[in-house]
Design a protein around this ligand. Structure first.
Ligand SMILES: Nc1ncnc2c1ncn2[C@@H]1O[C@H](COP(=O)(O)OP(=O)(O)OP(=O)(O)O)[C@@H](O)[C@H]1O
Ligand SMILES: [Mg+2]
Length: 270
């Protein structure tokens, strides 16, 4: 393991250090350049201990990718950061945005503070037009339509089309566009390319790449070709904890590691 990588959490001996002390030392090590610090995050839902002390950081620029096999808790991690753990669940630990503790704050306050969320299921209003979907998402007097239509010209062309009749890729672009209208400190985006045709995956990846030049992104993504294109840092969750962190390209360059952590073949690139 090299300096850029961090200790594998499962089986890590208990050193008696607190999560807060760990986070503070992490801040020293990274020179304080992280935007979001998740420390010892645990989530229980309906009696199941889904996240068991997850710790990682999100850089203040570019894309940090969150990876892991199906069902390990990637969406649960994003939702816990956003205060969206269900009522029959509980989240403990620490999530700091720009140094401020945010775990447990209500979702609407976090969105107002600049966390933009694009959920896995896209959640567009099918019966409303593209323009109406965008208008409903406006949170400021100066929504950035230039940015959104610059990234997704298709949304401008299809302003009057009902969102329910858009293709999957177009709905994904609408979902991203709604968030990008507003000023954001960080975007949390959950599997934006899931279920899309390869050509559309490339289009969405290109748009994300350009969006990430304006706003840092924490991205859950299973498509390794997209990870290869976008990832700065990678964080891999396994068995409820962080199993590996380091530069995304280093993870993808090691087929044995990718296979053991993700059960996929990086060479194939999907
Ligand atoms: N509301 C809930 N009630 C019960 N179990 C839940 C709930 N939400 C998540 N889980 C469980 O928590 C685990 C993690 O789910 P999560 O959706 O976070 O996984 P994921 O890594 O995003 O998976 P995928 O790659 O399939 O999207 C799963 O076993 C899931 O069944
Ligand atoms: Mg998920």
């Amino acid at each position: 393991m090299t300096a850029g990588e961090r200790a594998t959490a499962p089986g890590k001996p208990n050193t008696g250090r607190t999560a807060t002390a760990d986070a503070a030392q992490d801040a020293d090590r990274t020179g304080g350049s992280s935007l979001l610090r998740v420390a010892d995050l645990s989530v229980r839902i309906a009696g199941l201990h889904i996240l068991q002390g997850v710790s990682f950081e999100v850089a203040s620029s570019g894309v940090t990718v969150l990876l892991g096999r199906n069902g390990v808790g990637k969406s649960t991690t994003l939702r816990a950061i956003l205060g969206l753990t269900p009522r029959n669940g509980a989240a403990t630990g620490s999530v700091r945005l720009g140094g401020e503790e945010i775990l447990g704050r209500p979702t609407h306050a976090l969105v107002k503070a600049g966390l933009g969320f694009v959920p896995e299921d896209r959640c567009v209003f099918a019966g409303l037009t593209v323009a109406e979907n965008l208008r409903l998402a406006e949170r400021t007097d100066t929504p950035d339509y230039d940015l959104v239509f610059g990234l997704f010209p298709e949304l401008s062309k299809r302003a009057k089309q009902r969102a329910g009749s858009l293709s999957g890729g177009q709905q994904q672009m609408l979902s991203l566009g709604r968030v990008l209208l507003n000023p954001n400190k960080l975007l949390l985006i959950d599997e934006p390319t899931k279920g899309l045709a390869p050509k559309v995956v490339t289009e969405v990846a290109e748009a994300l790449e350009r969006a990430a030049q304006a706003v840092p992104v924490l991205l859950v993504e299973q498509n390794l070709a997209v990870v290869r294109r976008l990832a700065g840092d990678a964080v891999v969750i396994a068995a409820g904890q962080v199993a590996w962190t380091g530069p995304g390209e280093r993870l993808l360059a090691d087929p044995a590691l990718t296979k053991s952590l993700l059960a996929v073949n990086a060479a194939g690139g999907h």
